[in-house]
Write a protein that binds this ligand. Structure first.
Ligand SMILES: [Cu+2]
Length: 299
């Protein structure tokens, strides 16, 4: 009977933990999500690990403190004849213990936390740089290594939906979190961001990357990321920046290095193409060559 109860309890606990495991794997927040997301970068995973270490430490402290409290309340209750010890005012031994234990616990937390913080602010050895500029109410992304510059604003369908006054259909995915031009980034690449703003203070925030950075006019802030998993990661402006503050979402699409190279080529190629196209109209008359020429022109 006891083993049956244990099995049921274990099954119940596992069933409760299953959704937690699912949350940990997904970058999108879920309804009623209780824990913070794990994210997809070394910084976000470090933050998540630090959070979990401290959380479990708090759980252990909570269990010990509440157990001692309830034990004292039930064991030494008045109905059992307990009498308050009014002569007890202080104990140097106890005070020393309850000062030293928290200091040790703080040190246990401080060392790994400091190590993680130092890593978070280490911008060295970055492989590419993207300049992010906040505007009322859109983002501009300048890929400083290859001259690509794109602006990214709320997708038209989201904008039309919000201004229509209608209620949002349930199948409308990522309402107000879609953009016209996504920030395309390669995975497994250390990317440095320089972040500023053109008009007022904005803040660039994608939770799955594990940080939030203010975009301040006249000041250049720094941040870095290295995305481990390809995917789409969404965020928002996180600094109240005017009437459309809620309508300047961020979408990062992390792709493989090969796909990123293709995307860069597609963005940089069109400007170079028109020039070689000009000398094309010099057709030769041989019948055999004729079919090839129009195809080349169409291209
Ligand atoms: Cu903003």
């Amino acid at each position: 009977m006891n083993s049956g109860r244990t099995k049921a309890l274990t099954a119940g606990l596992l069933a409760m933990m299953a959704p937690l495991a699912a949350f940990a794997q997904s970058a999108d927040p879920k309804r009623w999500q209780l824990n913070m997301p794990r994210g997809v970068t070394p910084s976000s995973i470090n933050a998540y690990d630090a959070h979990m270490q401290v959380l479990w430490l708090c759980v252990v402290i909570g269990v010990i403190v509440f157990a001692a409290m309830f034990y004292a309340m039930f064991k030494f209750r008045k109905s059992k004849g307990a009498v308050a010890d009014t002569s007890f005012t202080h104990s140097t031994k106890l005070e020393t213990i309850w000062t030293i234990i928290p200091v040790i616990l703080l040190l246990i937390m401080a060392f790994p936390a400091t190590d993680k913080l130092i890593k978070m602010y280490d911008y060295r050895k970055s492989e590419m740089t993207v300049k992010i500029t906040g505007f009322q109410w859109l983002w501009q992304y300048d890929y400083l290594d290859n001259g690509i510059s794109i602006t990214s604003r709320l997708a038209q369908k989201d904008d039309e939906m919000r201004q229509s006054g209608k209620s949002v259909p349930k199948d409308f995915e990522h309402y107000l979190l879609n953009v016209d031009n996504e920030l395309i980034l390669p995975v497994d690449t250390k990317i440095r961001f320089v972040i500023t703003a053109d008009d007022v203070i904005h803040a660039w925030w994608v939770p799955a990357l594990g940080w939030k950075q203010d975009a301040v006019p006249g000041i250049i802030n720094e941040a870095w990321t290295q995305i481990d998993t390809p995917g789409v990661y969404r965020g928002q402006c996180a600094e109240l920046c005017g009437k459309d503050h809620g309508f300047m979402p961020i979408v990062v699409r992390a792709v493989s290095k090969e796909d990123y190279a293709k995307w860069v080529a597609s963005k940089t190629a069109p400007a170079a193409e028109p020039a070689p196209a000009a000398p094309a109209p010099a057709p030769t008359t041989p019948a055999a060559a004729a079919p090839a020429a129009p195809v080349a022109v169409v291209k």
